[in-house]
Design a protein around this ligand. Structure first.
Ligand code: FES
Length: 125
């Protein structure tokens, strides 16, 4: 595998991931796997009055998966469930200043995990 050219924002979110870790008192959580590589992401949301008050993630994956997980949590934190429901992997990649095309599939993890967590929350409510 050759070197992959990540931009500075991606490298920053990979080296200093925001909102990484476990959340013991999450309102809802979800776990998803990337069928292309087997990498896995778990996401925890604390939701109050339809607002995502807090969010944490744990990702076992590549640099792009960790950077997109981090950026997705930054984009989602403090927003309403409705605002976050339609967040796409392209939105997350754009916020990072784009990912190398070969790594775009990695950005699905975060968007999918968020969507699944919101679905789980809707089922509970
Ligand atoms: Fe698996 Fe990037 S190679 S998420």
């Amino acid at each position: 595998m050759g070197n992959i050219d990540y931009n500075e924002t991606v490298l920053d979110h990979f080296s200093n991931p925001r909102n990484m870790g476990e959340m013991k008192d999450a309102t809802v959580e979800s776990i998803v796997g990337n069928p292309r590589c087997g990498d896995v992401m778990k996401i925890y949301l604390k939701i109050k009055d339809d607002i995502i008050e807090d969010i944490k993630f744990q990702t076992m994956g590549c640099a792009a998966a960790i950077a997109t997980s981090s950026m997705a949590t930054v984009l989602a934190k403090g927003k309403t469930v409705d605002e976050v429901r339609n967040l796409t992997n392209e939105d997350v990649a754009k916020a990072l200043g784009e990912l190398p095309p070969i790594k775009m599939h990695c950005s699905n993890l975060a968007a999918d995990a968020l969507k699944k967590a919101i679905k789980n929350w809707e089922k509970k409510n």
